[in-house]
Design a protein around this ligand. Sequence first.
Ligand code: FE2
Length: 280
Amino acid sequence: METVLRGQSFAVEISGVDLSRDLSNAEFDDIKRIWLEHKIAVFRGQEIGDNALVAFTERFGPLFVHFRSQFNDQTRPEIMLISNIKEDGRNLGELGDGDLMWHSDQAYSELPVFSTLLYGIEVPNEGGGTWFCDTAGAYAALPEAMKQRIAGLRQSFSVEKTVTTQNITLSEEQRQMKPPVQHPLVRTHPLLGRKSLYLSPAHTAGINGVDAAEGDALLGELLEWATQPEFLYHHDWRVGDLVMWDNTSTMHSRDAFSPTERRMLKRTGFEFTPEQAVPV
Ligand SMILES: [Fe+2]
């Protein structure tokens, strides 16, 4: 197993490992440690069936099943299809071909998902890349005065925003399942104690106790800070790539791609225990 850093401070590519086979405990523990430290792990050239993908995901923690179930795999609901491909006029997956705003997955949930894994089945020749931002590195580098200013602040997140920011449709029942929630602006990793900016512009509905204009200005300032080049990694997808990230310490966005191109990714995720999952 070899590792190469892909971002300036985070995002590591791990090579020499075949995720389709049973990993030894020692190999698995190495992967988990390296991933936790670097927040994003990239594996290339993988050939993983659905069962192996789910088994690898589940080894880290309880499987996540997306509440917007219309694009979950029929036989394996732990796998969600992310795709712009249509067959017989019907979308095979979710999220289309447009760009997607910065977000941390399921920040609008009371207990947001710990990690998301994306596995590339078909990828466009151009576009459709994923940007990752190291929000823990961005927090650590903040001026002390800003750290003090934002300490203790809480923000509201709403799934409603995704209808416009992520081009998503929600049924009335799905809306009812996800009422607005409040989470801290600075989040502490429950396993590592590492602090990060908990930013998810695609879901943010404002900072509590701060007027809207001031809250928006502060969030805008933090977003600009966090998205400086030293905190970013851009992933150009190839078939067989598997990328996994820690939603507590990163956020991501997507480049648009041409509707004439085909893109199909399989998504899984795993959760914290319920006690660890409450952002603090
Ligand atoms: Fe996402």
